[in-house]
Write a protein that binds this ligand. Structure first.
Ligand SMILES: [Cu+2]
Length: 69
């Protein structure tokens, strides 16, 4: 299991949280995803077949940019 925290500066409200968590949860292999609105971060635990690129793509697909870490 891989755990990662992504910085997503445009997260601002509960709608952002729901959109991002919903999209990431749809990926096969994602165990847990949690958006921290105040910190503007996405905590995610995942395993294959998903990977970091797929998670970033899912977040970007919702219209949010993931900051380089
Ligand atoms: Cu929002």
């Amino acid at each position: 299991m891989t755990q990662a925290t992504l910085s997503v500066p445009d997260i601002s409200c509960n709608h952002c949280k729901m959109s991002i968590e919903g999209a990431v949860n749809e990926l096969d292999g994602v165990d847990k995803v949690e958006v921290a609105i105040d910190d503007r971060t996405v905590d995610v635990s995942f395993d294959s077949p998903t990977d970091m690129d797929a998670i970033v793509a899912a977040i970007e697909g919702q219209g949010y940019e993931v900051a380089a870490s």
